[in-house]
Design a protein around this ligand. Structure first.
Ligand SMILES: [Zn+2]
Length: 324
């Protein structure tokens, strides 16, 4: 865990403290929620051994609007976390069956979302980085794409080939993928720019990256019941800055409602499609954090309208899918 660090996105050293969050070691024992208890054990046994409590500062970068907390876990900390978790639970999927209605809908939505931007064809090479057992690639594989997964989960679905646990483990480092999917991954990693740069080297010349992250800065700061699962919190501006720093050009972005892991937690997600780019503009756009934490009435109405419209479109698509 590091206390003093510059912004991992834009490199600036201008943090604005936004809130404090306090955690106690004894809470790991006191809770009857196994998920929470396990994360607090990681915090106090792996990341801050010997401590009985910790106070974290949620802070926002005044330059690019990226939000994280301090002290911040490093790459070695997150690796230790996943090694610990892999001995306890099924990473990336929990106890939800891959063929449950919930997971089939998620897979269908991912397929439709990427197919519209990058038509899935026979032989297309698709990598889902951090995609658990590869369950979300089901319909992409059905279309004849070659599907690969990189994840700590070592029980891949039959339609994917697992290449390792992390970028460093990939057995075919000269691999080139037409489509790389990063769905709800970037918020978990200690060095998002470095991961994106590594994945950029694996993109085919006309390849595309699809990234989706939860939008946890809409009208409030992240609640952080525990600080072990999500390390990074993005606005559209700071996600665009992240992509730009890593050498990508954002082609399209959107903000949609999505159903997070059951039981039925409705959240907002940011989605973007990107391509590698040799030529990128200098600097970063100004922070849009305040606009999302304290949106104007117009912006609130626009987001409500956009998410409602997306919800209607997706429910129509689900109905169409279910009648096929
Ligand atoms: Zn920054």
């Amino acid at each position: 865990m590091k206390v003093h660090f510059s912004c991992p996105i834009c490199g600036a050293d201008r943090w604005e403290p936004l809130a404090k969050r306090r955690y106690k070691r004894s809470d790991a024992v006191g809770t009857n929620t196994p998920y929470l208890s396990t994360r607090l054990r990681i915090l106090f046994e792996l990341w801050l051994p010997g401590r009985c409590d910790v106070s974290l500062t949620v802070q926002g970068c005044r330059e690019c609007g990226f939000v994280c907390y301090s002290p911040r876990p490093e790459v070695a900390d997150t690796e230790a976390k996943y090694r610990f978790l892999s001995g306890i639970e099924k990473i990336g999927s929990g106890d939800i069956p891959a063929d449950s209605t919930y997971e089939l809908r998620r897979a269908g939505r991912l397929f439709r979302c990427v197919d519209r931007m990058y038509p899935i064809t026979l032989g297309l090479k698709v990598l889902d980085y951090g995609g658990g057992d590869g369950r979300l690639l089901r319909y992409i594989a059905d279309r004849g794409a070659q599907c690969f997964i990189v994840d700590y989960n070592d029980s891949p679905c039959p339609w994917v080939t697992r290449l390792g646990a992390t970028v460093q483990d990939m057995s075919c480092n000269d691999a080139r993928f037409d489509l790389v999917i990063l769905s709800h991954v970037l918020e978990h990693v200690a060095d998002p720019v470095s991961l994106l740069k590594s994945l950029g080297k694996m993109l085919a010349p006309e390849g595309m990256l699809y990234c989706e992250v939860p939008m946890e800065l809409w009208r409030r700061l992240p609640q952080l019941d525990e600080p072990v699962t999500h390390l990074n919190f993005f606005t559209p501006g700071s996600l665009a800055s992240t992509m730009r720093t890593a050498g990508y050009r954002v082609l399209k972005w959107s903000c949609q409602e999505y159903w997070a892991t059951p039981p039925n937690h409705l959240g907002l997600a940011l989605q973007c499609f990107c391509r590698s780019s040799e030529t990128l503009p200098e600097g970063h756009p100004r922070s849009d954090l305040d606009e999302w934490l304290r949106p104007s009435i117009c912006k609130r109405a626009a987001i409500r309208w956009m998410t409602s419209l997306n919800k209607i479109i997706r429910s129509l698509q689900d109905d169409l899918e279910s009648t096929k």
